[in-house]
Design a protein around this ligand. Structure first.
Ligand code: ADP
Ligand code: MG
Length: 273
């Protein structure tokens, strides 16, 4: 299900400028999309528009097939753990699917599966969410999203402030939803390393406008453009471009850790021989 945005503008009632400016983009289904841009560039506002929570001041959003945005796309806010409110973990996760008209058994299955997927163990199901650690709360909030099983999952900086292990775990779960189940995932992210590792499409925003849209392999070749809007390049690309500059003919589009290592091994072996 593609999502087509045409000339979207959004202005907060109490501000002068536009938070999102003339933004047009088509988001094809089954992609892992990273929305990047420095603080204040409009990422969170755009995610709220995509979730149907804010109506654009002008412009249109269409889902092909005429489906309704609010039913198809679900947003997990930044620091979703602040929004847990039920008395137990399981009630919190069941809250979303309960309102989707599922049978009791389907609703329970979805909720258990979602909690298992994020790695919350059964002995925590009846515990108050307030008794959990910060990382566990985040996982419960994300399980709530998974339990609703939306076609389009929107997450605002889902790994902010998490330990490295939980950080990777969450991104792995999201990637599996894209690869194995054809869902569309859109995350706002500050980490170029995460974008390189997980996303297949990258949108770069600057002052409410969409500046770049393409594959991370391609966009990370434009270091100057990224620097000019307060962003950087991933460590892999940094290493490869430094080596290239010093004369080793490496391919700087090997942006994931695995492909970078492969590229280095291959080129260094050739170099030594
Ligand atoms: P990002 O998520 O990329 O940091 P935001 O979407 O939060 O960016 O903000 C985009 C712009 O809208 C910024 O200029 C910000 O100051 C402004 N903004 C965000 N939220 C509000 C609000 N509730 N009221 C007025 N202006 C806002
Ligand atoms: Mg934000």
């Amino acid at each position: 299900m593609a999502m087509i945005l045409e000339k979207i503008n959004y202005k907060y009632p109490d501000s002068n400028g536009l938070a999102v400016h003339d933004l047009s983009v088509t988001i094809e289904e089954g992609h892992f999309i990273a929305l990047t841009g420095q603080t204040g560039s409009g990422k969170s506002t755009l995610l709220r528009i995509l979730a149907g929570l804010y109506a654009p001041s002008s412009g249109s959003i269409e889902l092909d097939g005429g489906r309704e945005l609010k039913r198809s796309a679900r947003l997990v806010f930044q620091y979703p753990e602040d929004q847990l409110f039920c008395e137990s973990v399981i009630e919190d996760v069941e809250f979303g699917p309960k309102n989707q008209g599922l049978s009791q058994i389907d609703m329970e299955k979805r909720s258990f599966d979602a909690l298992h997927a994020v790695g919350i163990s059964d002995d925590l199901l009846d515990v108050s969410p307030f008794a959990l650690s910060g990382g566990q709360k985040r996982l419960v909030a994300i399980a709530g999203l998974l339990a609703m099983d939306p076609d389009i999952l929107l997450l605002d900086e889902p790994t902010a402030g998490l330990d490295p292990e939980t950080h990777e775990h969450i991104l792995d779960i999201l990637k599996a939803l894209v690869e194995d189940r054809g869902r569309t995932v859109i995350i706002a992210s500050h980490s170029m390393d995460d974008v390189a590792e997980y996303a297949d499409t990258m949108l770069v925003m600057n002052r409410g406008r969409l500046l770049l849209n393409g594959s991370p392999e391609k966009i990370f070749q434009y270091e100057d453009a990224l620097t000019s809007v307060g962003l950087g390049i991933p460590q892999t690309v940094r290493l490869l471009s430094d080596l290239k500059r010093s004369g080793l003919p490496v391919d700087t589009t090997a942006i994931t850790k695995e492909s970078c290592l492969k590229e280095l091994t291959c080129k260094l072996v050739n170099y030594v021989l």
